[in-house]
Design a protein around this ligand. Structure first.
Ligand code: AHR
Length: 306
């Protein structure tokens, strides 16, 4: 409960004696760039060495990085898993080597939860529900609502959970129809390409629900290229609230954003300090987040750091 992890643990190692290995998903989005920057800055501030590797959205690269951290004998391994499944073997190797693993941002679906000490990140199902709640209110008076869903990376926790949370809410009203749903891999170019193609077969779509801002920003380009007005002819609903997304919301091109915070660095350092001091850590730490309307984006933009 807010207790300083540096107190009371006489045998806690000094920060300069620690090495943490971090395997990042990639550099697919503005969110990811902000997340990387925040984590690197937090470890730098704490005086703890952070070995960093970028997996370029490939699970095999992450497995290689984790194995290399095990071989180097780092004190703690942290990683944000690109997809949910397929981690048991490598996590077991870390456990056998007595190296604690912390999950950040995304989780794994391993049945054996003793394979990691903590999971720090957002509740993605809740984010999807918030998106669904906005759609329900926004289209309260409509008789039929055709939706294109731009999914995140196939098999990733945020893509699975944001689709599920959204469907949970809109599924109770048959007027909502997801007419097409395809992955844009959480990238701007992916969002643009998929929207371009899907608009041809679904020109009368009412809403684009994008699993992140970057894909929504790509959708804006595709809609404009088709001679339509994003935010007016076709409404856009996204998740993240990075600066570029917030600017598009302020400009009326995006209609609503559900926040997903990339600022996990300080909390990750706290967890690492506790783990190496032998203190207990919470097994699940949920990030606090809000939502933004156009007015709220205009008010928040001047102070937005990322
Ligand atoms: O895992 C978090 C998601 O990954 C963010 O919403 C998205 O922008 C990023 O690529």
């Amino acid at each position: 409960s807010g207790a300083d992890s540096s107190t009371g643990a006489g045998d806690a190692p000094a920060p300069e004696d620690l090495i943490v290995g971090f395997s990042q998903v990639g550099a697919e989005s503005g969110w990811r760039a902000a997340n990387t920057k925040d984590i690197q800055a937090a470890f730098e501030d704490a005086g703890i060495e952070l070995k960093f590797s970028d997996a370029q959205q490939k699970q095999e690269n992450q497995i290689k990085a984790i194995r290399s951290y095990i071989q180097q004998g780092v004190d703690v391994i942290a990683f944000s898993p690109v997809v949910e499944s397929g981690w048991d073997t490598v996590l077991k190797e870390a456990k056998d080597a007595d190296i604690p693993v912390v999950l950040t941002d995304r989780s794994v679906d391993s049945a054996d939860t003793s394979l990691y000490v903590s999971f720090l990140g957002s509740d993605f199902v809740e984010e999807g529900k918030k998106a669904g709640n906005w759609a329900t209110e926004e289209f309260a008076d409509a008789d039929a609502v055709k939706i294109i869903q731009l999914e995140g990376t196939t098999g990733s926790a945020p893509a699975i959970d944001r689709a599920e949370g959204f469907a949970d809410v809109i599924g109770s009203d048959p007027k909502f129809e997801i007419v097409a749903s395809q992955t844009g891999d959480f990238t701007r170019s992916g969002g643009k390409q998929v929207t371009e193609a899907l608009l041809k077969s679904n020109p009368d779509v009412d809403l684009i629900y994008a699993h992140n801002d970057d894909m929504g920003l790509g959708a804006i380009e595709a809609i404009e290229a088709a001679g339509l007005k994003p935010g007016v002819d076709i409404k856009i609903l996204t998740i993240d609230a990075v600066k570029d997304g917030m600017q598009a919301l302020a400009d009326g091109k995006i209609n609503f954003i559900v926040e997903c915070s990339p600022l996990l660095g300080k909390q990750l350092v706290d967890i690492v300090n506790k783990v190496v001091a032998g203190e207990e850590v919470e097994t699940r730490i949920v990030t606090e987040e809000t939502t933004f309307t156009q007015e709220e984006a205009i008010a928040a933009l001047p102070d937005r750091q990322y």
